[in-house]
Design a protein around this ligand. Structure first.
Ligand SMILES: CCCCCCCCCCCCC[C@H](O)CC(=O)SCCNC(=O)CCNC(=O)[C@H](O)C(C)(C)COP(=O)(O)OP(=O)(O)OC[C@H]1O[C@@H](n2cnc3c(N)ncnc32)[C@H](O)[C@@H]1OP(=O)(O)O
Ligand SMILES: NC(=O)c1ccc[n+]([C@@H]2O[C@H](COP(=O)([O-])OP(=O)(O)OC[C@H]3O[C@@H](n4cnc5c(N)ncnc54)[C@H](O)[C@@H]3O)[C@@H](O)[C@H]2O)c1
Length: 309
C-alpha cells in the first residue's frame, strides 16, 4: 500500500515535495540486473516480486540471491551469526517469484523493468501492464541505451514513468542514474530518488539523453577499444592490462564487455547505429557480430572475448 509523505527538498527553498513511499516492488526480468536489483531491494526491507517469462531463470535468480546474501552475512555479521541468520531469513522472505506480471502488479507501488534491451519488447510489456496496474504505481526502466520517453509512450502514465539505471553488479555498484523525461512529474522523480536512497545507493539526476551520463561516456571508450583490437593495434589482453594498470579501472574494456553481456552490447550498438546511420563511430563491429552469432555472450554463457569454463 502506498502512502505519501511530505518533506523539504534541499535546493528548492522550503517548498514541500511529495513522494510515494515505495514498499512493494515488482521487478521484471530475472537476469543479471533484475536479480541484483531484487537482492538489494529485498535486503533493504522491500517486498519484492521478481518476474520472468522463464521459471528456470527465476529459480536460478533466487539461488543466486541467496548465495550472494550468504556471502554478505558471513562478512557483515561475522561475530553475530544469529543476527546474520535473521537478516538472511528476512531478506529471503521478502522475495517472491512469478511468471505472470499482469497479476502481480496489482498490488505494487513500483515496477522496475530489466528485460531484454529492445524497444518494442519493452513497450509491449509496459503497454500491457499500464492497463492493469493501479493508478498510483510508478513505472521505471533500467534500460542502458533506449529513450525513456520512447518506452513510456506505450502507456497512459507519462507523469508516473521514469528511468532507474543501475550498474552491474547491482549489489556492489553504488550508483543509480535517475532519469526524468519532460513528462515525469516532480513527485515521481522524488519517489525514484527516495527509493534509490532507501536501497543505499547514491543517485545522480539525468535528462533523457542518449546513454544518460555513464553510458554516453562509456560507449565511445569501449567502441574505441574494440576498433583498436580489430585493427590489430593491440591484443585484447594488452588493452585490458593497460586500462587496469594505467588507469586503475577494475576491469579492462573486454573483460567489462564480457561481464555486461555481448548480447546486450549488440542490442545497444544496433540501436545507436540505427539512430545514427551516418556516424562511423557506430559502424558494425565484425568481432562483436561474430561472437554474438556464435552464442558467445560473455561470462553468462561461459565464453565471449575470453573463456570462463
Ligand atoms: C564490445 C562491442 C562494443 C559494443 C559497444 C557497446 C558499448 C556499450 C557500453 C555500455 C554498457 C552498458 C551497461 C550498463 O548499462 C551500465 C553498466 O552496468 S557498466 C558496468 C559497470 N560495472 C563495472 O564497471 C564493474 C567493474 N568491475 C568491478 O567493479 C569488479 O571487477 C567486480 C565486478 C566488483 C569484481 O570485483 P573483484 O575484486 O574482481 O572480485 P571479488 O569477487 O573479490 O568481488 C569484490 C567484492 O564484490 C562482491 N561481489 C562481486 N560480484 C558480486 C555480485 N555479482 N553480487 C554481489 N556481490 C558481488 C564480492 O563479494 C566482494 O565483496 P567483499 O568480499 O569485498 O565484500
Ligand atoms: N548487463 C548489464 O551490465 C546492464 C547494466 C545496466 C542496465 N542493463 C540493462 O538491463 C536490462 C537487462 O539486462 P540484463 O543484463 O539483466 O539481461 P539478461 O539477459 O541477463 O536478463 C534479461 C531477462 O529478461 C527476461 N525477459 C525477456 N523478456 C521478458 C518479458 N517480456 N517479460 C519478463 N521477462 C523477460 C529474460 O528471460 C532474461 O532472464 C537491459 O535493458 C540492459 O540494457 C544491463
Amino acid at each position: 500500500m502506498a502512502f505519501f509523505t511530505h518533506h523539504i527538498c534541499r535546493g528548492l527553498s522550503s517548498s514541500a515535495v511529495r513522494h510515494v513511499v515505495i514498499k512493494n516492488v515488482t521487478i521484471i526480468g530475472g537476469g543479471q540486473m533484475g536479480a541484483g536489483i531484487a537482492q538489494v531491494a529485498a535486503s533493504t526491507g522491500h517486498a519484492v516480486t521478481l518476474v520472468d517469462t522463464n521459471e528456470d531463470i527465476l529459480k536460478k535468480a533466487v539461488k543466486g540471491i541467496e548465495g550472494n546474501l550468504k556471502r554478505v552475512v558471513k562478512k557483515k555479521f561475522a561475530d553475530k551469526p544469529e543476527a546474520g541468520e535473521e537478516f538472511l531469513q528476512k531478506a529471503m522472505q521478502n522475495v517472491s517469484i512469478s511468471t505472470d506480471a499482469g497479476s502481480v502488479v496489482q498490488g505494487t507501488d513500483l515496477v522496475v523493468e530489466a528485460i531484454v534491451e529492445n524497444l518494442k519488447v519493452k513497450q509491449d510489456l509496459f503497454g500491457g501492464l499500464d492497463k492493469v496496474a493501479p493508478a498510483h504505481t510508478i513505472f521505471a526502466s533500467n534500460t542502458s541505451s533506449l529513450s525513456i520517453t520512447d518506452i513510456a509512450s506505450s502507456t497512459n502514465r507519462l507523469d508516473r514513468f521514469g528511468g532507474l539505471h543501475f550498474f552491474n553488479p547491482v549489489p556492489v555498484m553504488r550508483l543509480v542514474e535517475v532519469i526524468a523525461t519532460s513528462s515525469t512529474s516532480q513527485e515521481t522523480f522524488d519517489s525514484l530518488l527516495n527509493f534509490s536512497k532507501m536501497l543505499g545507493k547514491t543517485s545522480v539526476s539525468c535528462k533523457d539523453t542518449p546513454g544518460f551520463i555513464v553510458n554516453r561516456l562509456l560507449l565511445p571508450y569501449i567502441l574505441d577499444a574494440v576498433r583498436m583490437y580489430e585493427r590489430g593495434d593491440g591484443s585484447k589482453e594488452d588493452i585490458d592490462i593497460a586500462m587496469k594498470l594505467g588507469c586503475g579501472y577494475p576491469m579492462g574494456p573486454f573483460e567489462l564487455s564480457d561481464y555486461v553481456g555481448l548480447d546486450t552490447m549488440k542490442f545497444i550498438m544496433d540501436g545507436w547505429s540505427a539512430a545514427n546511420p551516418d556516424n562511423p563511430m557506430f559502424a558494425q563491429s565484425e568481432v562483436l557480430n561474430k561472437l554474438v552469432a556464435e552464442g558467445k555472450f560473455g561470462k553468462k554463457t561461459g565464453e565471449g572475448f575470453y573463456k570462463y569454463k
